[in-house]
Design a protein around this ligand. Sequence first.
Ligand code: C2E
Ligand code: MG
Ligand code: MG
Length: 697
Amino acid sequence: MSAAAREAELEHWSALIEGLLDPVWLVDATTLHIVAANTAAGSLLGIDAWSLRGRAAADLSATAEDIVFWNEVAAGLTDAILSDSVVRRFDGAIVPVTRRVSRLGTEDVLVVTLRDLSTQRRTEDELETRVAELRATLESSADGVLVTDLGGAIRNFNRRFATLWGLPEELLAQRDDRAVQDWMRRSVVSQGNDGDDYTRRLNAIMDAALLQTTDVLTLHSGKVIERVTLPQCSRGQPIGRVFSFRDISEKLAAKQRIEELSHTDALTGLPNRRLLADRVEFALAMAQRNGQPFALMVLNLDRFKHVNDTLGMGLGDRVLLEVTERIKACLRNVDTVARLGGDEFVLLVHHADAAGAEATARRVLDAMARPFTLDAQSFTVTCSIGVALCPTDGDSLDELMRRADAAMHRVKDAGRASFRFHQTQTDVVQRSHMQIDHAMRQALVSGLFRLHYQPQIDLRTGAVVGAEALIRWRDPVLGEVSPGEFIPVAEESGFIIAIGDWVLGQAVRQAAAWRANGVAMPVSINVSALQFQQPDFPERVARELKAAHLPPQLLELELTESILIHDAQDALHRLQALATLGVQLAIDDFGTGYSSLGYLKRFPIHRLKIDRSFVSHLPGDAGDVAIVNAIIQLGRAMNLRVIAEGVETEPQRQFLLDAGCDEFQGFLYAPALDSPSFESRVGVAPAPSSVVRLIKK
Ligand code: C2E
Ligand code: MG
Ligand code: MG
């Protein structure tokens, strides 16, 4: 081809490649020099496209391989070659390209087409960085992460995932999804009845592409794993699922420990008040549903403070631990012993009625009775137990605790080291009333009542001028019961009338006997309201006097102010009848009633008895001094004798003497004495001098 023709042909090709978007240049296959290049090629290389003409193709190559490449091309290129390479821009920058070199038909011209890969590479690099970052993020997570596609095929996971699930290395290397999934399934402790609830749950998760859930898996390794799963979306469409697994074993253990601590006593490890409350609530529910009774016992160590003080707190703690063990040994496993703090324990005994509770309480008392030996020191620690029964004594924790506690305190009051059941206050009172009432009737039949006589002394002469008959009762079961205790019961039941009759007869006979012995000793008896209100009371008195042949003036009736105020008109008639009879009348416990003094004028009274409560604070209490003085003055003004009760000290006696009081009775001289003692003390024919000597003693 002529040079001109070739030139024209090249111009033709130049025009053609100029229209292409990609950089293109034509290379003479023989000389490997560029013969034409388009504008895009110029811009890629940073040079005017015209300036490229005549340059060696290899000059634009950046690598040694490229130079080799062009030599090979020169050796005879038949097929097109596509390769990734780089070109060097004229400003020295390297540009990644995809290069295609092909022969232009049968011509000796090679077409080099390039595609600038800079943008793509940049994107790829960026992507790679991003992926690396993500990987690092994934790996730095404390959670195990597993990413799957919608079908469950594994797309990604981190090391933590592998260690958490204990996946063996070889399994990871195999990249066998099924094996990994199988491993996971087998690692989980099944909680379902069918034994494969893990698979069922997993399937349910996978079936709902957009589901977000959190659940907890327990592994055979002991680990407890929290599983959170989220859908993975791309352009708003779910494309897979991310599972993250977190080991919550420690957290759970810590939580359990906290729970445990908040439910147990730090020293003994026993349940504390909170846990006890839970258990009692449960027992209450059972009692309600199945009628199962139970007992709640409050146990308090006796004088534990003393143990702490003498042995020290450290040893005190060890005693508490030993006590804990002893109590536990007395209970069944189902029962509970709790420590509420200090030396206070509570026992919850299931299925226990009164007999069961008693047996348990006795076991505990026996166990505690064994001596304690710590650091070669031996000592005993006793305890007091109060028992409340459900449902008898209450159906709430509060109620049962309160009652058991009250019962425990009653044990303490009664001397400790024992147990007691709860008894309502009215129960106690009613029971003792009933008991007393019953026993009283027996006592009267069996002749267990006796009369004691308290001497009454003339303050000025010292002579014993009378005796107050006071009833005494020693019961074989109840022991010594004071009149203060049983007289009110007898008054309530009406039995006082029978007792009063007996006292009247007995006292009258005693006075008659003394009189027969030559001692005219007036005897006073206490008369109850009910007794006095009997219409035939004066006749009864008359009958007794007559039967014993006792002059009426040797009998005195002590009445209280309240008797006189109540039904005053009736009382007046009866008093007059008695006065007519010739018996003496005294007002007992004078000053304690709310009566008006008007009755003193109307009633045929002979004597006032100043109540003990005014005497006991003499002579120091100015108020009592004033009252006692007033009573004495009143008696004098009304022409009544005045006797002071409950004189216990010499200063009291002296004060009363100085104040002009007539007589006294009280422990200073003698308490109420049985007849023989009274006789020997007072003398059948008492000499005033001997009495004075006794008083001064
Ligand atoms: P009362 O009639 O005021 O009897 C006096 C009480 O004071 C007696 O108590 C007596 O033992 C006690 N006493 C006497 N001297 C002293 C003293 O110096 N210091 C102190 N602290 N106390 C002293 P007792 O025997 O326990 O009788 C209590 C009450 O029971 C009597 O009070 C009386 O109201 C009633 N009572 C006693 N015997 C009979 C009875 O036969 N019939 C009736 N209806 N009531 C009786
Ligand atoms: Mg009296
Ligand atoms: Mg009195």
